[in-house]
Write a protein that binds this ligand. Structure first.
Ligand code: PGA
Length: 254
């Protein structure tokens, strides 16, 4: 954790969630303590089909709603895509860009991710930019250099602590139950902080650096205690209100 930075815990529902799952979101909102917003920001990045309904329910309360991807253009002939402006119009305040599943499934490159982050800003959304190495890259000793390269290519000039959040998600830790050691997370977050400060000066020093990959209530406290970890991006454990509230609790207590 960085002393001056308010943490963000963002859930990523991925391609999960029907209208019937809104009840789980309502349970989360109901379970959020009144004073949570003083110590931690909470967000669910929902499937596009649910954003309007969830944002309507969340209102201006302690839970924000985000999207999971956006097209770089504001509108046009891009069948099936969704723009940042559309997400904002539906009530989102942020959007994940460059998640490793998008990079792998849709061949998104760092420059695609950079353009999407700029699109998010254009629409007034916070860009949650994801980076992270594969297992092969880590075993080869390349984890830090891979992530530094992704940061360099994916984070646009003009990134600030207000318009950008970085999420470090080792690909091999996503959905596997595996997590890096606290020491490895500390080393990576320190390297990211140094790279961002080197490039963006003060903005890089105050930007939130989330850790993501198999975050659960049981390990959230330990991860949060790591220096330069300013919150979490949570997949599977964000689908259940009890788990997500447990993670929020760990972050609000630290
Ligand atoms: P996980 O997913 O928490 O299920 O590992 C994290 C993510 O992909 O954002």
């Amino acid at each position: 954790m960085s002393a001056r930075i308010k943490p963000l815990v963002a859930g990523n529902w991925k391609m999960n969630g029907l209208k019937s799952n809104q009840a789980e979101f309502y349970k989360m909102i109901a379970g959020i303590p009144d004073d949570l917003a003083e110590s931690v920001d909470a967000m669910i990045c929902a499937p596009a089909t649910l954003i309007a309904a969830l944002a309507d329910k969340a209102g201006k309360g302690a839970m924000a709603v985000g999207g999971q991807d956006c097209h770089a253009e504001a509108s046009g002939a891009h069948t099936g895509d969704i723009s940042a402006e559309m997400l904002a119009d539906a009530g989102a305040s942020a959007v994940i860009v460059g998640h490793s599943e998008r990079r792998a499934d849709h061949g998104e490159t760092d420059s695609d991710v950079r353009a999407k982050a700029q699109a998010a800003w254009r629409a007034g959304l916070v860009a949650i930019i994801c980076v992270g190495e594969t297992e092969t890259q880590r075993k080869a000793g390349d984890a830090v250099s891979v992530v530094e390269r992704q940061l360099e290519g994916s984070v646009p000039d003009g990134a600030t602590a207000e318009n950008t959040v970085i999420a470090y998600e080792p690909v091999w830790a996503i959905g596997t139950g595996l997590t890096p050691t606290a020491g490895d997370v500390a080393d990576m977050h320190k390297a990211m902080r140094q790279a961002l400060v080197g490039r963006l000066a003060d903005a890089g020093g105050s930007m939130r650096l989330l850790y993501g990959g198999s975050v659960k209530p049981a390990n959230a406290g330990e991860l949060m205690a790591v220096s330069n970890v300013d919150g979490a991006l949570v997949g599977g454990a964000s689908l259940k209100a009890d788990d997500f509230l447990g993670i929020l609790d760990a972050y609000s207590r630290s």
